[in-house]
Design a protein. Structure first.
Length: 158
């Protein structure tokens, strides 16, 4: 496969978090500023009716030479099994794309306020989608124990 895709960010994250961290995201409130050269204020019309949004963003601070194309131990922890990059959600992914479902706290003219976005200040936002319960998993969700351990402190408030 040699096709390439060019994406242009629709906005930027404004967050009090300025460097990548693992377990502090629960109390983070961020603002997403929409690019006013690309959009008009009505691009957010109706979004305030949703409780949550899904934010798709680019891990732009993840170095190209640190991209994982195979398997690794999540967070480098040898006590967790080595698993393929597509079996984890780390920032060192091949296309460095992140997604997070966040609580929608407010909608401005060309910005939104969200809670629980795990992206640092200045992160390029690729898309914003309203979260609809019909897109939630259907049926029971299961995951390995190491993933539960990894996420145990992720949404801490500091």
């Amino acid at each position: 496969m040699s096709n390439s895709i060019e994406l242009r960010p629709i906005g930027l994250v404004r967050s009090p978090v300025t460097t990548s961290a693992d377990d502090i995201w629960g109390g983070v409130c961020s603002r997403i500023e929409i690019d006013e050269t690309m959009f008009t204020p009505d691009c957010l019309l109706g979004l305030e009716q949703f409780s949550h949004v899904e934010i798709i963003f680019h891990f732009d601070q993840a170095a190209e030479d640190e991209i994982c194309r195979g398997a690794r131990h999540p967070r480098g922890r040898e006590d967790w099994p080595q698993v393929g990059i597509f079996a984890q959600r780390g920032k060192n992914r091949p296309n460095r794309i992140g997604t997070t479902v966040c609580r929608l706290l407010g909608v401005g003219e060309l910005s939104i306020e969200v809670g629980g976005l795990d992206a640092v200040d200045g992160t390029p936002v690729l898309d914003i989608k309203p979260y609809m319960r019909e897109f939630a998993p259907r049926g029971e969700v299961h995951q390995p124990q190491w993933a539960t351990e990894l996420m145990a402190q992720y949404w801490n408030q500091e």
